[in-house]
Write a protein that binds this ligand. Sequence first.
Ligand code: ADP
Ligand code: MG
Length: 302
Amino acid sequence: ATPTALAVAAGRGRRLGILLRGPQVLETSRKIDTVVLDKTGTVTTGRMALREVATTTGVDTAQLWRRVAALEAEVDHPVARALVEAAAQRGQVGGATGAAATEVEVLDGLGVRGLVDGTPAVVGRRRLVAEELPLDLAAAFTRAEEAGATAVVLAWADSPDAAPVPRAVLVVGDTVRETSAEAVARMRSMGLRPVLLTGDNPAAARAVAREVGIADADVVAEVLPTEKADAIDRLRAEGHVVAMVGDGVNDAAALARADLGLAMGTGSALAVDAGDLTLVGDDLRAVTDALRLARRTLATIR
Ligand code: ADP
Ligand code: MG
């Protein structure tokens, strides 16, 4: 009876938009008590757009967007896509056809740096820029984060051997998926504890958490991609059986480290490969569908 029940479960899963990677997935699913949710692209749509720009006085905005376009041209990240789009709307295109950056370094979970027109430039998290932010930029940064948005710093140097000077704060925002709050409520009703895990800043993370019904205590923010897997390990060390839901390249290690990795199929192929289970659509409610299906299938087998 077992292979038949599994085949039926697999078929039912497919109709629900769930691809199972093997029979052991069902057994693991039954024991899950904690569901770790990546924020960007999982709980939110991951389609970010520019919301605000704050600059220091006297900044040439054409130079500003030229640098953004050049640095972010080839980067596969929601923040990068929002900035590339904003730059294009202002007539600045990077990459092969436009402003090119050289010696580009994409720093996973931090930002990107390189040389634009031969001088150092960087865009990304605050800690990438050694120099203190001037007061007006710091204020814009704090305001954006408290509003739940993601703020990044743009800095560039005036000469090839100078250090980048912070000149702008670029604020991008994302929207929570319509189905995410309902999905979190369903997890709770199944006795599961949802945890939000993100590389984004704590204020933005808490704003999203509140919107979907996750307590501040269950928010783990400002984690680097490599630390995402550590956060999973920590929960497991506490005795929890952990499912991780993620969409991005950033999440592959954490997906692999969790007892059960659930990849949102709309994300990167890397995440899908790392998952035990793929959620084909963009609806987080499929998480509880998948876990319920697994529980029911096992009940049938026994
Ligand atoms: P998440 O966990 O929410 O998917 P990431 O770990 O990918 O986020 O990124 C964390 C933070 O690093 C972003 O919120 C952003 O501030 C910064 N960041 C990452 N990549 C870039 C980039 N290409 N350009 C600018 N900032 C970036
Ligand atoms: Mg993500």
